[in-house]
Design a protein around this ligand. Sequence first.
Ligand SMILES: [Mg+2]
Length: 173
Amino acid sequence: MEKYVPDIYQKDIYSINYKTLSSRGIKLLIFDLDNTIALITEWNPSEKAIELFKDIKKNKFKVIIASNSVKQRVKLFADTLGVDYVSHVKKPKGLPIEEYIKKSKYNQSEIAMIGDSMMDDVVCGNRLGITTILTDQLGKREFPVAKIKRFKEKKIQKKLRDNNLFTKGRYYV
Ligand SMILES: [Mg+2]
């Protein structure tokens, strides 16, 4: 069950304390896109997201968006936010992410994965041995594949709650 438990759990990407991450030695942030940065119906980052990413980059983080979504969509966001991206990453397996990390100069203790999916983002990050940060999903609407995973996630979250490993809405850093 531990593979589903994030190191940090926050309401959204705006609630994360990036200074704390920095003080813990995190240098590379790998963001999920859908329902983490934007709603699935949005095709442009919000002003709020643009401001946040400006701030994050000012604080010397290297930032990349890693999404299961198609290149066309991921590139739009990455370009506007001025960050790198990898698309079609097939989380939780996420081989393109693993390759990106291998090519980068960062070691596992310097990398954090941020996303709204326990099944995709947290499992992938834990498998890669990096810090995992779970956020609540931004919107209720999901792509069909995500919907199926969310159903499974709810069952797992019940088990986690019963075992005092994780409780939805009980945020921690
Ligand atoms: Mg997502």
